[in-house]
Design a binder for this molecule. Structure first.
Ligand code: QAP
Ligand code: CO
Length: 168
């Protein structure tokens, strides 16, 4: 297994729209295992392939308390079950150090392929539903900062650009 490098806002590669996975291969499973290792090491609760510069529709999550329930979604299709929105203070491994309130639908259904390539369908609510929508946004080139005011987004961009300059 291997730790993967995580792209950080405002890297333009985070704006790439990911392509569907045509067949779930050993390469796909290696990507998934490396993404899970990278997510747990961060530590994080969700990671999309876009964030590790792989532009395929693959995401991993684990919202369990003891980090014992890895979830894998390949080619996820999300349906909103209840349009009622809830607020959550979201963060992102690609936007380190920042947490801001975002509103999203609270209940969704998702159809996807699992690590074994087999389709499954589940309903999600609470943090799992929020996290799933956040990760699917990544696959569409969208970031949680896009839901914030221009001013807030600019403040975050300037701080991260400075951090990145100082590291380079
Ligand atoms: C997405 O984000 C998420 O700023 C997953 O310094 C988060 O795992 C969806 C992290 C919250 C819904 C609610 C962020 C780690 C991890 C940071 C993450 C940081 C270190 C973020
Ligand atoms: Co994120």
């Amino acid at each position: 297994m291997a730790l993967l490098e995580i792209l950080e806002f405002p890297d333009p590669r985070l704006r790439t729209e990911a392509r569907p996975v045509a067949d779930v291969s050993d390469d796909t499973r290696t990507l998934i295992d490396n993404m899970l290792e990278t997510m747990y090491a961060a530590p994080g609760i969700g990671l999309a392939a876009t964030q590790v510069n792989v532009h395929q529709r693959v995401l991993v999550m684990d919202v369990s308390d003891d980090k014992s329930k890895p979830l894998v979604f390949i080619n996820p299709e999300v349906t909103v079950l209840d349009p009622e929105q809830g607020e959550y203070d979201e963060g992102c491994l690609s936007v380190p150090g920042f947490y801001e309130t975002v509103s999203r639908p609270q209940r969704v259904a998702v159809t996807a392929l699992g690590r074994d390539g087999k389709p499954f369908h589940i309903q999600m609510e609470g943090l799992a539903a929020i996290c799933l929508q956040h990760e699917v946004d990544h696959l569409n080139g969208k970031l949680f900062v896009d839901y914030l005011s221009v001013l807030k987004r600019q403040r975050i961009r300037k701080k991260l650009e400075k951090d990145q300059r100082e590291r380079a």
